[in-house]
Design a protein around this ligand. Structure first.
Ligand SMILES: [Fe+2]
Length: 263
């Protein structure tokens, strides 16, 4: 039995002696004084032994968490040489005419191999190495997410290069048909765009006030992350994100990917 003076929360209404009573919020000593909502005065003392023992201490929890995984690629498996990765991305972009055409037709500033090359890990050894490392990161993240995958595994189903020049932007989007998505960062010039994540409940917040500038990170509605070269970020694919306009002269180069729940 919790003693009310120990800080127990006892704000519920109770029936005592035929009356509905509520705890007197002005009582000096925890929960001892109870009042009638109509009489508005102390009408009796309740022994601590009458209080239920399931009333918890005041507590505020965070529920329905949105997890964001941020690590260095080298934390799992063999390191990926960032210079070699950068040279490979640029060489592929220069050779990929289909991809260049797609970017031009779709008004995509810069280059993406998303619509043109779907087999980078099979064509280029460095992307094969990257896939091996990413598999380990995704496995770690899936464990953190407490996914019950059963007999099936999370498997890479797409991986593509992004080259974002000055003025380039990648508007807000999700990655449908996938479970975990992410990006690894190949070239991040000083001042290059961060990645911006959006609270997935934003559409439900029509009447909610904004948050103060120094709100704790988990209570903010937008989060900006500035990864470094060689970092990997992972998130659940439903999490909306964007890359704001790249304001620096140098290209921002990254490799993004999706993992699905394979049969
Ligand atoms: Fe994305």
């Amino acid at each position: 039995m919790r003693h009310p003076d120990s800080g127990g929360v006892c704000s519920e209404v109770r029936r005592i002696g035929g009356l509905s009573l509520r705890r007197n919020p002005l009582a000096n000593k925890g929960c001892r004084a109870w009042v009638s909502p109509t009489l508005r005065g102390d009408i009796g003392w309740v022994k601590p032994t009458l209080l239920p023992d399931h009333i918890p201490m005041t507590q505020i929890k965070s529920l329905f968490a949105t997890r964001l995984y941020h690590a260095q690629l080298s934390a799992h498996g063999a390191p990926i040489d960032p210079d070699e990765m950068e040279a490979s991305c640029i060489a592929i972009a220069n050779d990929d005419e289909a991809g260049q055409d797609w970017c031009e037709e779709n008004g995509y500033a810069g280059y993406t191999s998303y619509a043109s090359l779907d087999d980078l890990p099979y064509r280029f050894p460095i992307f094969k190495d990257l896939k091996k490392v990413l598999d380990k990161h995704v496995k770690t993240f899936a464990k953190d997410l407490a996914f019950d995958l059963g007999e099936r595994k999370l498997k890479l189903d797409s991986l593509w290069i992004n080259i974002l020049p000055e003025g380039g932007i990648h508007t807000a989007h999700i990655h449908p048909h996938s479970v975990i998505s992410g990006t690894t960062y190949v070239t991040m010039p000083e001042g290059a765009s961060a990645i911006k994540f959006e609270d997935p409940r934003l559409a439900m917040m029509m009447a909610a006030p904004g948050r103060v500038k120094d709100a704790p990170e988990e209570l903010r509605q937008f989060i900006y992350v500035e990864p470094a070269v060689g970092d990997v970020l992972l998130w659940e694919s439903w999490l909306r994100h964007e890359v704001p306009m790249n304001m620096v002269e140098e290209d921002r180069v990254s490799v993004s990917f999706n993992y699905g729940w394979s049969d």
